[in-house]
Write a new protein. Structure first.
Lengths: 141, 256
């Protein structure tokens, strides 16, 4: 009887040990996964920065210089056009009036349909981020 | 109450549709600011961005769900501030965009809102030909700093006056939009210094033109949006607003 009891205790201890080990293994695998995610994030950030840095020199080299005074109507002409962004029409107009006309951006995506593409991609990514986080915050229990 | 809000909004829009046409935002385009102002605005803005980063690191430890909220509002500020909304106003047909910093300032705090605005403006300057890299400091000052702090304080003052949550949000959104454009007007007005012009006159003229065009309408629209967002969050997950210290237990969402 005593032998059976001690056997039972031994089995129970073994069982608890296995349980503890399993729990530890689970925790360490979680930590490993977290670390992996962190590294992945760092790598993505690094790639993003590298991409931007690689873009900058070419963009600076190929960007057009400041607009001449004769070209100012590029912003003023748009004032008469319908649905012009007031970023361009008011800011551009007054800056030109005070002797500081706008120039092309260093990375000029305002070429043909490229801007439309970039805006669409930005909208899709922005919408995804908003939706994903809104779901986590407001709908998941 | 909601019927009266709808009525005021519709009346406001209609009045602008009926008025005579003449039209002419907030992003200052590349090349407009001379080097001395480029450096000045960067010097003014960078400390706020630094403090914002510190606040995110600190708050994420003790506010549950803070990072998803920062992500969501960051994306919202980014989308809001490059989302051209067509408006027919006093001087014709134009498009303009809201800022979103009022909403982020109320929910995240003004410093984090500056950080969020800075990231949004950087991405826009890099990829969307919107704003500029040399004018980034100036744009952070107007949209990030002035927009966030004015919206935050407007919200706090409205709360002190015991206004319902919707109207607190409305004022935050509207005031932040107004101050953002005031900031842009100041930055442009400063360009006349040394050229014989009057800074105050130039600033007032530019701000007046902004308000008489689509921005006057849009600041009200932004106020309504921020008000509804806050009421939605309060009704859906009041815990978020309580944890952030935005509201107290006895806050009334809409009804006075």
């Amino acid at each position: 009887m005593i032998q059976n009891l001690s056997m039972h205790k031994l089995i129970m201890r073994n069982h608890e040990d296995t349980k503890g080990t399993k729990r530890n293994e689970h925790a360490s695998s979680l930590i490993r996964a977290k670390q992996k995610n962190k590294n992945c994030g760092k790598l993505l950030f690094f790639l993003f920065i590298t991409f931007i840095i690689s873009l900058l020199p070419s963009a600076v080299l190929f960007a057009e210089g400041p607009l001449e005074k004769n070209d100012i109507p590029a912003t003023q002409k748009s004032e008469e056009e319908a649905w012009t962004g007031i970023d361009v029409s008011i800011v551009g107009k007054y800056a030109a009036k005070y002797g500081h006309p706008p120039r092309d951006p260093y990375i000029n995506t305002d070429q043909g349909d490229l801007l439309l593409f970039v805006f669409t991609v930005a909208g899709v990514i922005g919408g995804f981020v908003i939706g994903f986080n809104a779901r986590r915050l407001f709908y998941e229990k | 109450m909601s019927k009266s809000i709808l009525f005021v909004t519709v009346t406001f829009f209609t009045s602008f549709f009926v008025l005579e046409n003449v039209v002419y935002a907030m992003h200052i385009t590349e090349g407009i600011l001379p080097p001395k102002w480029v450096f000045t605005w960067f010097a003014v803005s960078l400390p706020f961005v630094g403090i914002g980063t510190y606040h995110v690191k600190r708050k994420k430890r003790y506010v549950p769900g803070y990072l998803p909220l920062v992500g969501m509002l960051g994306a919202a500020v980014f989308v809001f501030s490059c989302f051209p909304i067509p408006v027919i106003a006093l001087n014709g047909m134009a498009t303009s965009h809201p800022c979103g910093t009022g909403m982020s300032a109320v929910l995240l705090g003004p410093f984090v809102s500056v950080l969020v605005a800075a990231i949004a403006l950087l991405i826009q300057a890099l990829f969307l030909a919107h704003g500029g890299l040399t004018t980034l400091g100036g744009n952070i000052f107007s949209m990030g700093i002035l927009g966030s702090f004015s919206g935050y304080f407007a919200f706090k003052i409205a709360q002190r006056c015991k206004l319902p949550l919707f109207w607190c949000g409305f004022l935050a959104g509207m005031v932040s939009d107004l101050f953002t454009y005031l900031g842009t007007s100041i930055e442009l007005g400063l360009l006349v210094i040394g050229k014989g012009g009057s800074f105050f006159k130039a600033t007032a003229e530019i701000f007046w033109v902004f308000m008489m065009t689509s921005q006057g309408v849009l600041c009200i629209v932004e106020g309504v949006v921020v008000g509804f967002v806050l009421v939605f969050v309060y009704k859906r997950r009041p815990g978020i607003l309580l944890n952030l210290g935005v509201v107290k237990d006895d806050t009334k969402p809409i009804h006075a």
